[in-house]
Write a protein that binds this ligand. Sequence first.
Ligand SMILES: [Fe+2]
Length: 393
Amino acid sequence: MRIVNINKVVTGQLLGKSLFNSKGKLLLAAGYELTNDILDSLKSLGYNAIFIMDELSEDIVPEEVIEDSIRQILSQKVAETFEGIKNNPAFEAFAPENIKQILNSDPSFKNVVQMQSVRQQVDMLLDEIISNHVMMFSSLPVKSENGKEYQHALDTSILAILIAQKFNYTKRELRFLGTAGLLHDIGKLPFKNLAEKEWEVLTAEEKFILREHPSYSMMILRGSEVNTFVEQTAVLQHHEHLDGSGYPQRLKGVNTPPRPSKTPEAGVIYRFAEILAVANEYDRLISGFVDGKKYSPSEAISKMIGKVGNWWNSHALKALTQVVQHYPVGCCVRIRMTSSHKYAGYSGIVSESNEDEQNKPVIVLYEDSVGGRITPRKYDLSREKLVHLEMIL
Ligand SMILES: [Fe+2]
């Protein structure tokens, strides 16, 4: 199967991979013959790409990072947790000028998060990652617009765990990070639709709220379970940058491997937060949360590399490049350049990723440089010294 832009899918093509709604319910099963009506509904649900199955791609099977069934259950649970926070009556009278004071002192803001359920979600995720030896994150551009905040929470949690595994975090420490990943943005939930707006159109008050959301997330979490120091600190600092240009506290960081530390150093970004920051930014870029553009995995990584050492811990970012598929299996790419000058301008479908060199996958070439169909042939790009690919969607 391969990933195709929804606008390029034609009637009669077969759906390659089942689609589920944001709450984990089956929308459309794999194998379904797509009609114009169905394609229109998928567009209205915000899908920009889907998997289709055709002769060209029948042998290509994307690797599952997290079992579909587990992912659906988790999506449903995360959605329930988030809806519970959003619809909590305590937030109805939430006035921007006294948020922190209210969160600190008003007893109606206690236990807003069902922590027992969150712990179960994180344990389910961790068991899946550890028992299946999951090392890779396959971020495919098939996220629907609906419920993207739940998906972002879940994917940030998965990514943070995968990055932390590279630094030998214990299961207990991974559990802290997984929980912080799920809850890092809950401080935005009481302000419905605020996160959806472009930064330029926000009022000064709304900008203030957005820049303070890590503090609100931390306070909501603290009000739900006092004994969550590691998670609270990671959540509070998930938008801090090494050079002090982040928010809300403008902390600075040290660019050394983010190995777990029990107590944060005063005035310095906590090691757990450095990992969470990298995971969060990557998923924000591919989800279209940063500037409205949904970056491809390789574009997101390139963009983050531009700020490595200034914003992002270079060790955490290197680990990110090792745990995400730069060109996920099933996506179409065009060869811009290779060191051997072979197949320049040709298009192909990624059929396997190369674990050691994520930017050089194995592809099945199907189109020449002028758009003519060719007999499909496999080409292992790891044979090339230099490769420059462009993802086509
Ligand atoms: Fe955030």
